[in-house]
Design a protein around this ligand. Structure first.
Ligand SMILES: *Cc1c(COP(=O)(O)O)cnc(C)c1O
Length: 475
C-alpha cells in the first residue's frame, strides 16, 4: 500500500500533459488558456479519485486518456447552449420551444441583412435618414386595413407601450373576466402597474355587461381595453360585451378602444379548415382604435409585437421614448417582411407558411408518416420496448384556441410487458432528449408519445436514431 502522498505524485503535471504530442491538437484548436484550464480540471479529478479510491483509480488512466478527458471538457464547453430540437410535443406554437418555425424566405432575408449594411433607417429615394418602421408598415396596413402600424420587440412590449402612451397616470377599464396571466410572467394587472396606469376592473369573472363599463367611466378614464382570453375558456353562465358595443361606448365618451388580440391572425383560418380565430382586420372593423398582437404566434413569423390602428394614436406611440427601448432589430424586420409578403397570396399561404403548413397537415398524412417510421424506431430500441402507431390530438399552442384540438397521429413507445411505470417512461423520454438533436415528446396514457405533426425533417430524425442510447432506455 502506498501512502496518499506517493499516489498523488504519480499524477502527471499540467505542464507535462501540455507538452505531450496529443495535447498539440487541442492547443491548436482551443488556445493555451482553455487547454490549461481543462488539464487542471482533469488532473484535479484524478487526484480526487486517488484519494477516494486509492490505487485502483489509476486503472485505465494514462496521459492519453487524460488528454481525451480534457478534449471532452473543451467540447462540452463549446457545445452550443441554444440548439435545435424536434418538437414532437403536439403543441405547434410551443413557447418553450421557440414558437413559430420560419419559412425559408424569412431565413434567407435574415441572412442577407445580417451579413452587411442595409437601408434599415435610410431613405434610398431621398438619400437621407429614414425610419425602420416603413419596411413593415405598408404590408401591415394592406393586410389589416389599418391606417398605420408600428412594431416592437414582442406583444408584451406592444401592450406596455400602448398603455404607457395613452393612459399614463390614468385609468384603463378592463373586464374582470380578462385579467389574464400568460406563461407566468405576463399578467395584465402587473403590466398595467409597470406602464404607470391604474387598472379599473369591472364586472365579474364570468359576466360583464355594457352598463359595467358605462358606470366605470369617469374623468380619469383614459381608455377601454379588451384582452383576448388566450389560454383559457370560460364556459357556462357567461356574458361579455361584444367589441362593437365596447367601441361604441368608448367613442361616445371620446375614449380610445384598444384590443390585445394576443395571437391574432391576418387571414380567416377557417378557409384552411382551422378553427376561426379573430383576425386583426375584423377587430379593427368592429371599431377597435388599436389592436396589438404577436409576430410569432399564428402569424408564423419572428418574435415581434405589432400595433395596428388609428394613425394619430400610432404617431403618439412612435414619439414615446420607450419605443426606442422596445424597438425590433433588423433581422426581425427582414424575417417579418418576408412572412407578411407570403400573405399577399392567401391561396398559397398554407403551403408556404411553415406554421400554417404544420397546422393544416391532415391526420391521414401524419398517420402515413407514423406507419413509415414505426419499424425504424422499433429497430433501434431495445426489444422490451414496443412501438405503436397511434391517433392523437395536437394543439395550436401559444394560447390560440385552447379548447380546439387538431386530429393528429404519432408513435407510442411503452414497455412491451405492459408495465409502464412513470419512472420507465421518464427514462425513455430522457434518452430521446439526449440525442444530438434532442427529441421532445410527451408522456401520456402510459406511453411516451411522439406526435409527428411537426416532423418535416424526416431524414435528420432517422439519421440520428442510431445514437439513441439503447442501454439507457432499457426499462
Ligand atoms: C401571448 C399573449 C401576449 C404576450 O405576447 P408575447 O408576444 O409573448 O409578448 C399578450 N397578450 C395576450 C392576450 C397573449 O395571448
Amino acid at each position: 500500500m502506498s501512502s496518499s502522498k506517493e499516489l498523488l505524485q504519480s499524477v502527471p503535471s499540467v505542464d507535462q500533459l501540455a507538452r505531450s504530442a496529443s495535447a498539440n491538437v487541442l492547443l491548436e484548436k482551443y488556445g493555451h488558456d482553455l487547454v490549461m484550464e481543462s488539464l487542471r480540471a482533469v488532473t484535479a479529478q484524478f487526484r480526487e479519485a486517488l484519494l477516494n479510491h486509492g490505487e485502483r483509480a489509476r486503472d485505465g488512466r494514462s496521459e492519453l486518456t487524460m488528454i481525451r478527458s480534457a478534449q471532452t471538457y473543451l467540447e462540452t464547453l463549446f457545445e452550443p447552449s441554444l440548439k435545435s430540437v424536434f418538437n414532437l410535443t403536439g403543441t405547434v406554437l410551443h413557447t418553450n420551444l421557440g414558437r413559430a418555425p420560419l419559412p425559408p424566405e424569412a431565413i434567407e432575408a435574415m441572412t442577407v441583412v445580417a451579413r452587411g449594411a442595409s437601408n434599415l433607417e435610410f431613405d434610398l429615394g431621398k438619400g437621407r435618414r429614414g425610419d425602420r418602421d416603413v419596411h413593415l408598415e405598408q404590408w401591415l396596413c394592406r393586410l389589416t386595413s389599418a391606417q398605420a402600424a408600428t412594431t416592437v420587440n414582442n406583444n408584451a412590449a406592444a401592450v406596455l407601450l400602448v398603455l404607457n402612451t395613452l393612459a399614463l397616470r390614468k385609468e384603463v377599464i378592463v373586464s374582470r373576466g380578462e385579467l389574464i396571466e400568460i406563461g407566468g410572467s405576463f399578467r395584465i394587472p402587473d403590466v398595467m402597474a409597470r406602464a404607470g396606469c391604474k387598472l379599473r376592473e369591472v364586472g365579474t369573472t364570468n359576466r360583464t355587461h355594457a352598463a359595467d363599463f358605462e358606470q366605470a367611466i369617469g374623468p380619469k378614464t383614459a381608455m377601454l381595453m379588451k384582452v383576448h382570453t388566450s389560454n383559457y375558456v370560460v364556459e357556462g353562465f357567461t356574458a361579455s360585451v361584444p367589441e362593437s358595443e365596447l367601441a361604441e361606448i368608448a367613442h361616445r365618451h371620446e375614449l380610445p378602444f384598444v384590443v390585445d388580440l394576443g395571437s391574432g391572425t391576418l387571414v380567416d383560418l377557417s378557409r384552411y379548415g382551422l378553427p376561426h380565430e379573430p383576425t386583426v382586420a375584423e377587430t379593427l372593423a368592429n371599431g377597435a382604435d388599436l389592436v396589438t398582437f404577436s409576430g410569432d404566434k399564428l402569424l408564423g413569423g419572428p418574435q415581434a409585437g405589432i400595433i395596428a390602428g388609428r394613425s394619430d394614436l400610432i404617431d403618439r406611440i412612435n414619439r414615446n421614448p420607450m419605443k426606442r427601448a422596445l424597438r425590433i432589430d433588423k433581422m426581425t424586420i427582414a424575417a417579418l417582411e418576408a412572412v407578411l409578403s407570403l400573405y399577399g397570396n392567401p391561396d398559397r399561404l398554407a403551403e408556404r407558411s411553415t406554421t400554417l403548413r404544420l397546422l393544416t397537415r391532415t391526420q391521414g398524412d401524419i398517420e402515413a408518416q407514423a406507419t413509415r417510421l414505426r419499424k425504424l424506431v422499433e429497430r433501434v430500441l431495445s426489444s422490451n420496448l414496443a412501438v405503436n402507431t397511434i391517433r392523437c390530438q395536437s394543439q395550436i399552442g401559444s394560447g390560440a384556441q385552447p379548447g380546439k384540438l387538431l386530429a393528429s397521429a404519432g408513435l407510442a413507445i411503452r414497455p412491451s410487458d405492459g408495465r409502464a411505470s412513470g419512472k420507465k417512461l421518464e427514462k425513455i423520454s430522457v434518452a430521446f432528449r439526449r440525442l444530438p438533436i434532442p427529441v421532445i415528446g410527451r408522456i401520456e396514457e402510459g406511453a411516451f408519445l411522439l406526435d409527428l405533426r411537426c416532423l418535416e425533417d424526416e431524414a435528420d430524425f432517422i439519421a440520428q436514431l442510431s445514437s439513441l442510447g439503447l442501454m439507457d432506455v432499457e426499462p
